[in-house]
Design a protein around this ligand. Structure first.
Ligand code: AMP
Ligand code: GLY
Length: 422
């Protein structure tokens, strides 16, 4: 198979790495790709959202399977266009993508189909927001902008007053992240967060693996939110029947709902869950793999992952093609020291990521220039390592971080030291 991965982050680098090693992969392409995908395959210079040009080039290059990485490509109808052209796609159409691209759509969908989620009110203006807050019962309020906001559209407010402040700033300053007018006010859930990834082929939905990520910049979950500073898999401290509960309480009603609404959902459904004392509640759905979760999931997958994704794209998921190993994996993100305040591009980085067996590093947004790597700024690398258990994987991952930090060619990188530390 000739496979195209759409996107340019460490998630796409990890997907490309696993796909390229699959028995059924003959050639690998990425668009726009990054320094890692350039070393593993061929990058195209087409933005992830340019469906027209992606289709043209995919037809020319006789691509058999396209794997959609980022939500912006899905929201830009790249999946729809490819399917219309007869190309197999792992990733939903734009309509299925609304589970992520509109938090209001997603919440209404969950309410319609009995998926456990936080109670919420939708407001459209400062006046309706203030009225809803006057009537708010309970403690914290989670304020969420409706549209895609690159992880910046959610503010967890401990009090109603704090929520008033955020909404006043958003509405009076015309500063609603994502640029829409609708905002969701949501009850604050208490529990532990976990990301569960389910595969879907338009007819069935099956949990594949789960991971936990670290969103705050600093150790001990301090500092500002980021795109993710680390992750580990499998999750620790969740019930042994976690997947059964997720299947029964979340995936079954989601699938019934999708079928009832004639949505043939193909791809991965990322269930961002809060595990409360009453079991799992959905905080959000994403319609793509997670970053940095994918970087710790891919090393755990054995077998023909490309074949598995193609079987989903063809509407006949074949789970026997690939399995998830019992090993644990820990991933540590190396970011520039100014991240997330600003993104400083770094150039002249060493492309040699060779590490001991079981360790693997993935480039974030970057390009290869004259044999060296220019990083786009922010999150530069995710360094991962497998181990027999999480403690072992964690020790291996931090060993790998030290090895790479010493030879990557810059001192401007920082990382959290407490990933998977319990
Ligand atoms: P989201 O973009 O919806 O994933 O929200 C970002 C983060 O806000 C989540 O990872 C949670 O840590 C937090 N969050 C979102 N919704 C809730 C909620 N209802 N209760 C508590 N925390 C939440
Ligand atoms: N790990 C968070 C995300 O991918 O949205």
């Amino acid at each position: 198979m000739r496979i195209l991965v759409v996107g340019n982050g460490a998630r796409e680098d990890a997907l490309s790495w696993r796909l390229a090693q699959s028995a059924s992969c003959d050639a690998l392409f990425a668009t726009p790709g990054n320094a890692g995908t350039a070393l593993r395959g061929t990058n195209w210079d087409i933005p992830a959202t340019d469906g027209k040009r992606i289709v043209e080039r995919a037809l020319e290059e006789k691509i058999d399977l396209v794997v959609l990485g980022p939500e912006v490509a899905i929201a830009a109808s790249v999946g729809d266009r490819l399917r219309d052209a007869g190309i197999a796609v792992f990733g939903p159409n734009r309509s299925g993508g609304r589970l992520e691209s509109s938090k209001v759509f997603s919440k209404r969908f969950m309410e319609r189909h009995g998926v456990p989620t936080a109670k919420a009110a939708v407001v459209h203006s400062l006046a309706t927001a203030m009225k809803a807050l006057d009537e708010w019962r309970g403690g914290g309020v989670v304020v969420k902008a409706d549209g895609l906001a690159a992880g910046k559209g959610v503010v967890v407010c401990k009090s109603v007053d704090e929520a008033r402040g955020v909404l006043t700033e958003w509405y009076s300053g015309n500063k609603i992240p994502g640029g829409g007018a609708d905002v969701l006010l949501e009850e604050m859930l208490v529990g532990r967060e976990v990301s569960v990834f389910a595969l879907a082929d338009g007819r069935a939905m099956v949990p594949m693996a789960a991971a936990c990520d670290y969103k705050r910049a600093g150790d001990g979950d301090t500092g500002p939110n980021t795109g993710g500073m680390g992750s580990y898999s499998p999750p620790q401290g969740f019930p042994a029947d976690m997947y059964d509960q997720v299947r029964e309480r979340i995936l079954a009603p989601v699938l019934r709902g999708l079928l009832a609404e004639a949505e043939a959902y193909i791809g991965v459904l990322y269930c961002g869950l809060m595990w409360t004392e009453n079991g799992p509640y959905v905080i959000e759905f994403n319609v793509r793999f997670g970053d940095p979760e994918t970087q710790v999931l891919m090393p755990r997958i054995n077998g023909d992952f490309a074949g598995l994704l193609k079987s989903c794209a063809d509407g006949a998921m074949d789970l026997s093609l690939a399995t998830t190993s019992a090993q644990a994996c820990v991933g540590v993100v190396l970011a520039t020291s100014a991240y997330p305040r600003s993104s400083t591009p770094l150039s002249g980085l060493n492309p040699d990521l060779s590490l001991p067996p079981g360790a693997q590093a993935f480039w974030g947004g970057s390009s290869l220039v004259d044999g060296t790597v220019k990083s786009g700024g922010g999150r530069v690398l995710t360094v991962t390592a497998l181990g027999d258990d999480l403690a072992n994987a964690r020790a291996n991952a931090y060993d790998a971080v030290k090895t790479l930090a010493g030879r990557i060619g810059t001192n401007d990188l920082t990382y959290r030291t407490d990933i998977a530390k319990f």
